[in-house]
Design a protein around this ligand. Structure first.
Ligand code: DI6
Ligand code: FE
Length: 393
């Protein structure tokens, strides 16, 4: 006996061809049956009529910085007047301005800010949202951010430790000492509290070197944690190749990645995570190497990169649209980027990203004519139903 079945649905399972007249059943929070309506012979306690809606896997946003305090609209104004993101960062604004506000905020304040932001993802049927630390840069605030992430409700949260995001003012001129502190104290403490699902770093001229990043990754390996990397966003520091060498789940951004970096990603099986929100908002002109990623069969995921400085974007749907208009992804690639490939970028391919028996019954219903409409319609939200762990929300 299944708990519930949805009939009269069109299914984009992301694991095979679309099913125009489908049925999808759930039991015990998981998908228990999926296929053609005419082949459904099961029994379910509850029967839902999907009224011809499309059922798609719940979106997976595999790269966000959702937990923070403070606002940065004034930096947007400065950039519109000609200042660059890097200039603002060097003058003590940028990430460090969010660090000041996040250190000053209580855990309760951070939780209510983040939970409120998260509503936008829930409304678009998100199933999983990854949340990074990195606006604390001291032990207590990094742990506070991760605890807040763990307490967020409504979707499955994956936490990523990003202690190596920027150099805090108290370590000015002593980046190696800060990396010692991250590796010896902060990351082990966060891991001991079971607050960390993966470890990330910002490998960039204005942040940390390849060598410093590798030290963080070595610590992650000792603690048994997978790694990901902010790679080649503003310059080509060889970040993609470094991520690949460490068997990273993903390398993210990649605007400046050169061919050897892409070949390394293809060999390591890491996912390329593209972040069109940051590209758009920073008015970047250098495109990520899409055709090389395609020809090397590197899986391409998309994410919002929601953060207050370079990508104040709260809509997976809009990120899909931007990926098509700015990066020339196809709508089909954009959808795969927020489902099947994004799940893999978080190491969740066995539970999320597709509609297959045994995976979490986390899906959304959409009033659309075809899945391409999701990437096409700017600012519309045709989501008409959300199901998480088999329960209608
Ligand atoms: N790259 C980004 O785009 C964000 N972090 C990072 O490593 C920016 C974060 C911010 O400006 O607050
Ligand atoms: Fe980011």
């Amino acid at each position: 006996m299944h708990d519930a079945v949805w009939l009269n649905a069109r299914l984009a399972t992301l694991a095979g061809p679309v099913i125009r007249d489908g049925a999808l059943a759930a039991a015990g929070g998981r998908i228990s049956w999926v296929g053609e309506r005419r082949e459904w012979k099961g029994d379910a306690r509850v029967q839902h009529d999907a009224r011809g809606a499309w059922i798609l896997p719940g979106f997976v946003d595999c790269h966000t910085h959702l937990v923070y305090a403070g606002r940065r609209a004034h930096e947007f104004e400065l950039r519109l007047k000609g200042a660059s993101y890097e200039e603002i960062a060097k003058a003590g604004g940028g990430i460090l301005s969010t660090v000041r506000a996040t250190r000053a905020a209580s855990e309760g304040e951070l939780l209510s800010l983040a939970q409120r932001r998260l509503r936008a993802w829930l409304a678009e049927g998100a199933a999983v949202v990854e949340v990074k630390s990195g606006y604390g840069l001291d032990r207590d605030t990094e742990l506070k951010m991760l605890r807040v992430a763990r307490r967020l409700g409504g979707v499955t949260i994956k936490t990523t430790f990003l202690g190596a995001h920027a150099l805090p003012p108290e370590y000015k001129g002593r980046a190696d000492a800060y990396i010692d502190f991250v590796c010896d104290e902060v990351l082990p403490a966060a891991a001991a509290e079971k607050l960390v699902d993966a470890v990330d770093a910002f490998c960039e001229r204005i942040a940390f070197s390849r060598y410093q990043t590798a030290r963080v990754f070595d610590t992650a390996r000792r603690l048994g944690l997978p790694v990901k990397l902010h790679a080649d966003q503003l310059s080509d520091l060889g970040g993609a190749a470094l991520a690949a060498k460490h068997g990273a789940l993903s390398a993210d951004h990649l605007e400046y990645t050169s061919p050897p970096g892409i070949e390394a990603l293809a060999r390591s099986g890491s996912v390329a995570v593209l972040l069109p929100g940051a590209f758009y908002f920073l008015r970047e002109t250098r495109l990520p190497p899409i055709s090389a990623l395609r020809s090397h069969h590197v899986p391409i995921a998309l994410a919002t990169d929601h953060n207050p400085g370079s990508s104040p974007l709260s809509s997976p749907l809009l990120a899909m649209n931007m990926a098509c208009t700015l990066f020339r992804l196809t709508p089909e690639e954009a959808l795969a980027g927020f489902t099947v490939h994004a799940a893999r970028a978080l190491g969740m391919q066995s539970s999320h990203g597709t509609l297959e028996v045994g995976k979490a019954a986390d899906f959304a219903l959409w009033e659309i004519e075809s899945p391409a409409e999701l990437a096409y319609a700017i600012g519309a939200n045709p989501c008409v139903g959300q199901v998480r762990a088999g329960a209608v929300q």
